[in-house]
Write a protein that binds this ligand. Structure first.
Ligand code: NOJ
Ligand code: CA
Length: 663
């Protein structure tokens, strides 16, 4: 037994830090004291942590630990070998983002836990307590008792104090392109929720009681709580298994092809497990906890990384005007069509033109689980990339490359260098990657450790070639855009493409839940800006309608932040509404400051942002399930007097003038 006296001595030695020690419990509070984290080591050896916010229960005593399959040992009973605490208060500047500087202020407690059994293994659990939440991760120091090891299960728990209102997606190893469900926690039924989803191409449902992170709760006593993860590196995604009787969620890691969760070697660490909490919904959206738990940028000179707005040869394939494939006579990405997009982009001041369906392989890309579909360097014969890149350059526009892997990631890894070299040769510095379909290596999942490491390899390799990334069908983002600011956006959720799906589509509340869930991890390539809501423009069988308003589509440019922001609709649809289109022209993609004015998940968002380097503000409102309208205004804001000028909703300003003016 590790003597309590020893622990006491360690804690006393920490000096004047506000650590309270009672029996076998260690507590630490946030800098503003609103959050208290307590860790207990009970007689049996179980170590539990609990979290409170302004005296209210956030997380009830919850276990930590692991089961390893190599060595075959259960790490769930410990003695506390040592405790160490520290404080940090620093401010850093992101390369781009919603704000120009970020404060990273926390108190830290690092507990070294020694296995109570005979393995001799030590695990360090590092807790950081911020004013807006808690992060903790496991660290496995170099030690003779543990070198290479295999994680069979992680046993991190999150015990909730009551049957909260919960915003959740079914737990799935391959897809995060679901709508969110809003029920009591005890009413989660992932099977029923998944059965409603007819449009998701690939599903690997975990089971009826499994949910994805980020998970959001609203409690009966007025708290908003988010459970997520930060800095997902060399480790599988964390989903959660719910025990409905105890209202406890336990980490459910994504397995690999043979059922293992992670292969690690000391010294190493897990991603951070995060709990963001506040009594104001707006604070959840303003939280920078996830970013703060990521490592600083690895890119010494980021001057080549540029936020951008783009249009694309894209939606016209989704709604049946054109096809990705050349066969069939409706090939969209031909030289003449793409030239029109370049002209349109140049005329209205866009930075980029995404071109999908440009390369040989689309005749046979979907659903075949096939190894060599694309080589990423061979354009279709009717697409003259050389001449188009020169033409685009002459107009101040760049083509955005598309690398759909069709899930054959082995193939992409083999060809990635050649593909990036080809981009560099053509003067293209942004790529949209895609992972539609089942993964090769066969048996791996989109959210498993192998794929998580793949996404990181892509970000690192792209950086070597000074290439910016927008990844689709990748694992949920966990703030890695701090470390890899060239990995600017990802889809990793149900995006606007689902407006074209025959059944559920995009519900009006979806875009008011995304910022509270998926988007806590990073920018989303949602592809807003649909101006035509009847989708039967080219195909009369498409009877579904986009459930939105023009004003709401515009508001999404503010409420769903991305430094790579698409104007998704067709040029001909924009040219019918040049008044509203003016807003997309004007709205920036990089900001000095962001104020979350009002927000309620599933209901409304009002966000104001200050243009980078300018004194102009933009406001987006995305209200209500009924999505009647949104308002966009120019405002004047002074930090000392944060009041809003009254405004009128106005969507017909002359081109070149502010779209909406205060009255
Ligand atoms: C799914 C992506 O989300 C979408 O944007 C893309 O057009 C298709 N895959 C084809 O790659
Ligand atoms: Ca997608």
């Amino acid at each position: 037994m590790l003597p309590i006296r020893y622990l006491l001595a360690v804690l006393y030695a920490l000096g004047p830090l506000p650590l309270l020690f009672a029996q076998q419990t260690v507590s630490i509070s946030s800098p503003d004291k609103s959050i208290v984290l307590s860790i207990s080591n009970v007689q049996t050896g179980a170590v539990t942590y609990k979290v409170s916010y302004k005296g209210k229960k956030v997380i009830e005593p919850s276990g930590v630990g692991f089961v390893l399959s190599k060595p075959n040992v259960s790490l769930t009973q410990f003695t506390i070998a040592s405790a160490d605490s520290s404080t940090k208060d620093e401010t850093w500047k992101p390369v781009w983002g919603e704000v120009s500087q970020i404060r990273n202020h926390y108190k830290e407690l690092a507990l070294t836990l020694a296995d109570k059994g005979s393995s001799g293994i030590k695990v360090l659990v590092r807790f950081r307590v911020f004013d807006d939440g808690v992060g903790f991760r496991y660290e496995f120091p170099q030690q003779t008792a543990l070198t290479h090891f295999i994680v069979a299960d992680e046993k991190t728990q999150f015990a909730l104090a009551a049957d909260h209102k919960t915003f959740w997606q079914p737990g799935d190893y391959d897809s995060n392109e679901y709508l969110y469900n809003t029920t009591r926690l005890s009413e989660v039924d992932a099977t029923v929720a998944s059965n409603k989803e007819k449009d998701t191409a690939l599903k690997s449902l975990i089971g009826p009681n499994a949910v994805q992170t980020p998970l959001l709760f609203k409690t009966g006593d007025g708290l908003y709580i988010s459970i997520y993860e930060a800095a997902l590196i060399n480790y599988p995604v964390m989903h959660l298994q719910l025990n409905k009787k105890t209202l406890t969620l336990t980490s459910q890691l994504v397995p690999d092809a043979v059922g293992n969760k992670a292969y690690l070697q000391t010294p190493t660490q897990t991603p951070w497990r995060t709990i963001i909490v506040s009594d104001r919904a707006t604070d959840i959206l303003a939280s920078k906890l996830i970013l703060n738990l990521n490592e600083p940028s690895t890119i010494a000179d980021p001057s080549w990384i540029k936020p951008q707005k783009f249009v694309g040869m894209w939606w016209e394939m989704h709604i049946g005007k054109a096809t990705w494939e050349k066969a069939g006579g409706k090939h969209g990405a031909n030289t003449q069509n793409v030239k029109k997009y370049i002209d349109f982009a140049a005329k209205y001041g866009f930075d980029g033109v995404l071109v999908e369906g440009w390369n040989v392989g689309w005749e046979d890309w979907f659903g075949n689980w096939k190894e060599n579909v694309f080589d990423f360097v061979t354009p279709y014969p009717d697409y003259n990339l050389d001449s188009l890149t020169t033409y685009a350059q002459s107009k101040g526009v760049r083509i955005i490359m598309h690398h759909e892997t069709s899930g054959s990631v082995t193939n992409y890894e083999r060809r990635m260098d050649a593909a990036f070299q080809y981009m560099v040769k053509e003067g293209i510095n942004t790529v949209k990657t895609g992972y539609v379909g089942r993964i090769i290596p066969r048996g791996e999942h989109h959210d498993g450790q192998w794929m998580v490491s793949h996404y990181q390899r892509v970000a690192e390799k792209a950086a070597q070639y000074k290439i910016m990334i927008d990844s689709h069908e990748s694992a949920h983002p966990t703030g890695l855009h701090r470390t890899y600011p060239n990995w600017m956006a990802s889809e990793a959720a149900r995006g606007s493409e689902f407006n074209n799906a025959p059944t559920l589509g995009i519900t009006p509340e979806h875009t008011t839940i995304l910022p509270f869930t998926r988007m806590l991890g990073g920018p989303m390539d949602f592809t807003p800006g649909l101006f035509r809501f009847n989708l039967n423009q080219f195909d009369s069988t498409r009877t579904q309608r986009v459930r939105t308003t023009l004003a709401k589509q515009l508001a999404l440019y503010i409420t769903l932040y991305s430094p790579l922001q698409m104007a998704a609709d067709l040029p001909e649809n924009y040219e019918k509404h040049l008044d509203a289109f003016q807003f997309i022209h004007d709205v920036p993609v990089d900001w000095d400051d962001t104020k979350i004015i009002a927000a309620e998940p599933g209901d409304y968002l009002t966000i104001a942002r200050k243009t980078k380097g300018k004194d102009s503000w933009f406001l987006g409102q995305s209200p209500m399930k009924t999505a009647v309208t949104s308002r966009l205004i120019s405002i004047s804001w002074s930090p000392e007097k944060p009041t809003w000028l009254p405004f009128t909703e106005m969507l017909s300003p002359p081109i070149g003038r502010p779209i909406l003016k205060p009255t």
